[in-house]
Design a protein around this ligand. Structure first.
Ligand code: FES
Length: 81
């Protein structure tokens, strides 16, 4: 297993250690999480799949909970839901 892998977050190429969650990758890359319906910034809160505050579009699929996904090489993540 490679020690690091690369994925794209909001169009930016990001390299993270293997085993990193997508939510952690967003933080490592200093990328914002989604905005609420009234435009307030949201971010991972519970880290265990309950609050849904960490949702993003992952590989074209909307509303994925990024705290529940491990990064994969070539993955794309968009946080502007
Ligand atoms: S941080 Fe709560 S569901 Fe992901």
């Amino acid at each position: 297993m490679p020690e690091t892998l690369a994925l794209k977050i909001n169009g930016q190429l990001v390299e993270v250690p293997s085993g990193t969650s997508v939510a952690a990758a967003l933080l490592i890359a200093s990328q914002p999480f989604r905005l609420s319906v009234i435009g307030e910034p949201r971010a991972a809160l519970c880290g265990m799949g309950i609050c849904f505050e960490c949702r993003a579009v992952v590989n074209g699929r909307a509303h994925r909970r990024t705290c529940q996904l491990f990064c994969e090489a070539g993955m794309t993540v968009e946080t502007n839901l």
